[in-house]
Design a protein around this ligand. Sequence first.
Ligand code: C2E
Ligand code: MG
Ligand code: MG
Ligand code: MG
Length: 281
Amino acid sequence: HAKSMGKNRCVLCSQMIKDHVLKKMELTNLLYHAQEKGQLELYYQPQFDMAAQAIVGVEALLRWRLPEKGMVEPAQFIPLAEQSGMIYSIGEWVLETACQQNKVWQDSGLPRMRVMVNLSANQLTSPKLVQCVVRVLKKTRLPPEYLELEITETAASTNLPLVLDTLRRLKAMGVSLAIDDFGSAQSLLSRLKMLPVDRIKIDAQFVQGIEKSDKDQTVLKAMVRLIRSLGLRVVAEGVETPRQFDFLAGVMCDEVQVFFCCRPMEAAAIQAVLSEYAGLR
Ligand code: C2E
Ligand code: MG
Ligand code: MG
Ligand code: MG
């Protein structure tokens, strides 16, 4: 009897793995057509400068709207795009759409600000990245200082000499660079100081712990001081409550992405927020 129960569990388990693999394959197939079918969309989340009391940028966050299935989260499909190689064309679409949108906002008279675009490790280590950025900036006519590329520490460590060369060339063009999700992976402070970046974005987990734990407050405070002492600007992500916002202002965090008042929104909705904030309405 016990033996047959064990067998049932194996069948169940293997069925679950099969389902999972099948679901992944099905999603990958759908993703192949997402771009041509116009199912990809960018949402934007504002970045707020504490000292200037101004919105100084918006982060572009990719969304996939699948008929019947609804919105698919980036965490579900970006890994599939990376594994299948689709990330290059999707990434180029994201870059061009974000730059073009920012140019439209600038031309409409909104205060100028950066648009932040996330890059996968595959894109960062591609020899075509610099060319691609040059092409997009030329096509959209967005001045390079209004584009910021976000990379992770893990991505930056895959092939350091190549990545350093790429980052230096991007900096030389006038593009800004940021490290995303700082502290979420094993980080090497020696490497941090040699990367030619402008901004470090502290991972949301550090912000979310501060209301519960004094230790988390101490860690966050130390991270902010360390980053600022390297001459870089600090951004906190995942600010969910006004208390977290006040704490970050108190420890001299330069910029925040505030979730409690500004979840990522579609372009039209974020434009209304930007106009309102700039007093243009
Ligand atoms: P990320 O770049 O670290 O972006 C921040 C993520 O946290 C976003 O999730 C955002 O919606 C969410 N977020 C921001 N503030 C808060 C908060 O206070 N609370 C909570 N609970 N969440 C908050 P999203 O849009 O699901 O994106 C997830 C990740 O997918 C991004 O993390 C980024 O790594 C990746 N991603 C998004 N768009 C792109 C893209 O165009 N290209 C690539 N390569 N990756 C992308
Ligand atoms: Mg990001
Ligand atoms: Mg992040
Ligand atoms: Mg991330």
